[in-house]
Write a protein that binds this ligand. Structure first.
Ligand code: PLP
Length: 409
């Protein structure tokens, strides 16, 4: 008897839940204490935000950290501080969340999409090199899913061409490249604390840097253009109020204490799942090189080959896998440049040169990842036990057997 798939009413392969966010009375009490204190805001009433910023900078090994309202604004702070002028080009991958690229538009600059590497789904250094023009000013590598980009190659390109590097580390809190925390290798590291992220306060973001000038500008932009030591009603730069609250800061301080343990667990589970999945025909985990000394698996990604699953389309496979009780997803439906924003040039008040035409952009690897190859398992599932990883592999095999039975093999 072949097992009945959960999507067809059969028993689920995984019945336990994977709670996220993880918290206990420490978070509840800390937030309650701030509420009772009446000191909710920042920076005028209380030091919880500054305390968290210091702790996060120390954790990463960077000189400065500046919190802000989310991981999209954090990119904008970094971009503006890099001294971009309208029409400058910023190189970004197409396989990422929208704001990696739309934050560039919001600076009146041009996102230039270059393809990803088929083995890692991270931005390809060779493709970066090929896309550089005299207008290129910044590269935004995204450590996709928490897997470090090829930072040595990227920093080498940036040094040779005099470019700034903003690491979009929204997926990569605590992850490492050659023993160094992600976000500390480029000129600025940008993180999100949105609810799905590995370190969260519901919403929030942060930038880290070692550079005194970038720090001063990002700090000013976050705080309506005020400068440190300046008067409350004196505004020097075109910033906004991007500050977080004391409630968010105490949540983050407690969540940060949990981060190392959680990252270690996801890393171990990821390595184990790699071993389990590489034995299944048609399933290939992304390549993880030696330089990835710590992976935080914000997303565990494997490549799916429908030909080993009776031609079952990826979207259907992903639906079946989710129905089996695994927090999983087919991922982005298309690369970013296919979004209506770019295809229709809905740039509104932003001054993007008329010559920029995204209908001509093609990044074949990203397109294939979206349409047929990539399947995501989400980070909270990677906090499970070894038996859960075995159950994930078991669910994939169950689907493979069921579709083979239907195909009559
Ligand atoms: C989540 C995310 C962002 C944006 O963060 P928000 O806090 O949601 O604004 C930016 N880049 C990547 C890669 C992300 O996944």
């Amino acid at each position: 008897m072949d097992p009945v798939l959960a999507i067809d009413g059969g028993a689920k392969s995984v019945t336990r839940q994977f709670p996220w966010p993880v918290y206990d009375s420490r978070e509840v009490d800390a937030v309650a204490e701030i509420v009772r204190s009446g000191k909710w805001g920042n920076p005028d009433c209380g030091d919880e935000v500054a305390k968290f910023e210091k702790a996060f900078a120390r954790y990463c090994g960077s000189k400065y950290a500046i919190t802000c309202v989310n991981g999209s604004v954090s990119l904008r702070l970094a971009l503006i501080a890099c001294g971009l002028k309208p029409g400058d080009e910023v190189i970004v991958p197409p396989y990422t969340f929208i704001t990696t690229a739309s934050s560039v538009i919001e600076c009146n600059c041009v996102p230039v999409f270059v393809d990803i590497d088929p083995d890692t789904y991270n931005i390809s250094p060779a493709a970066i090199e090929a896309a550089i023009t005299e207008r290129t000013k910044v590269i935004i590598p995204v450590h996709f899913g928490g897997q470090a980009c090829d930072m040595e190659a990227i920093m080498d390109i940036a040094d040779r061409h005099g470019l700034k590097v903003i690491e979009d580390a929204a997926h990569a809190h605590g992850a490492e490249y050659k023993g160094k925390k992600l976000g500390t290798i480029g000129h600025v590291g940008s993180f999100s604390f949105q609810s799905s992220k590995n370190l969260t306060s519901g919403e929030g973001g942060i930038v880290i840097t070692d550079d005194d000038d970038l720090y001063a500008m990002m700090h000013s932009l976050r705080n309506v253009g005020r400068i440190e030591g300046g008067q409350w009603y004196d505004h020097y730069n075109p910033g906004c109020n991007y500050r977080i609250t004391q409630m968010q800061a105490v949540l983050l301080s407690h969540q940060l204490e949990r981060l190392d343990g959680q990252t270690k667990k996801r890393n171990e589970n990821g390595l184990y799942l790699n071993d389990l999945l590489k034995n299944i025909k048609g399933i290939t985990p992304l390549h993880r090189g030696e330089e990835i000394t710590l992976h935080c698996y914000h997303i565990y990604i494997f490549k799916y080959d429908a030909s080993e699953f009776g031609g079952l389309p990826k979207d259907k496979f992903a639906e079946m896998l989710a129905a089996e009780g695994i927090p999983s997803f087919k991922g982005y439906p298309h690369p970013l440049y296919k979004q209506p924003l770019f295809q229709n040039r809905n740039f509104m008040c932003y001054a993007i040169p008329e010559t920029v035409d995204y209908s001509r952009v093609v990044c074949p690897v990203a397109e294939q990842a979206c349409s047929t190859d990539a399947v995501w398992i989400l980070q909270h599932a990677m906090l499970g036990e070894k038996e859960d990883m075995e159950a994930f592999a078991g669910a994939i095999l169950k689907i493979q057997q069921a579709v083979a039975a239907i195909a009559g093999n």
